[in-house]
Design a protein around this ligand. Sequence first.
Ligand code: URA
Length: 265
Amino acid sequence: MQGTDKILAARALLRWYVDAGVNEAVAAFPVDHFEVRTLAAPAPPARAAAAPVSVILPASTPSADEAAMLAAGAAAACSTYEELAAAVTAFTGCPLKAGARNTCFADGVPGSALLVIGEAPGRDEDAAGKPFVGRAGQLLDKMLAAIGRSRAADTLISNVVYWRPPGNRAPTQAEIAICRPFVERLIELTAPKAIMLAGGVPTQALTGATGIMRARGSWREISLSSGARFQALPLFHPAFLLRQPAQKRLAWADLQTLAARLRDA
Ligand code: URA
């Protein structure tokens, strides 16, 4: 193999690992990441007499609770949408960021009457640095157009986490909890008249309602830690509608419910 071929092959292999969800090299000894930052690893049995080995984790790696507190402080310090976008982009406390190419904060018109909140960026969003730009995003655009709205004119679109989970898995509770202060601040700063929750993950994360089949189509309250309350309507996620087009009938009915609220507001 030529030198450049080897580099290209190594790059392709690394990309494959990242896409498969690998986000760190395996150390010589197991590390319990829930434990303290610096811990002595057990000495290997065959070399018991050798010098003890220490696994030093970066002192700056916060626990999920610490990261959520850091996010809360950073979000509270923002008084405009632009400041919040910059704070999210600068935030390093969410472990998803290490495996992502870009931060996908939001797309559309801040301060719109309608805010759409989805689950997490996927591969296309990660590459573009914007939420909902892949196939599901294109269907979302069509759904919005069906009620006379668009991200270019009068809708803001975001997610409950801002970095692509490896292998497109669902975001964990901890990842959602870390990003939540930013999500709450986005809602506060943009004060939408209605929030569309795209799918079960944002519905459960923000309203507590479980099971999108039951939750869809009924107005729910999002109660922020500031005490503010916002009205939200869960709908099927566009990616689900791509797999189950027969469910578009129900999504259409839910879009009419959303449009009616926006007309009356
Ligand atoms: N699905 C989501 O929930 N969000 C995106 O940004 C893209 C796909």
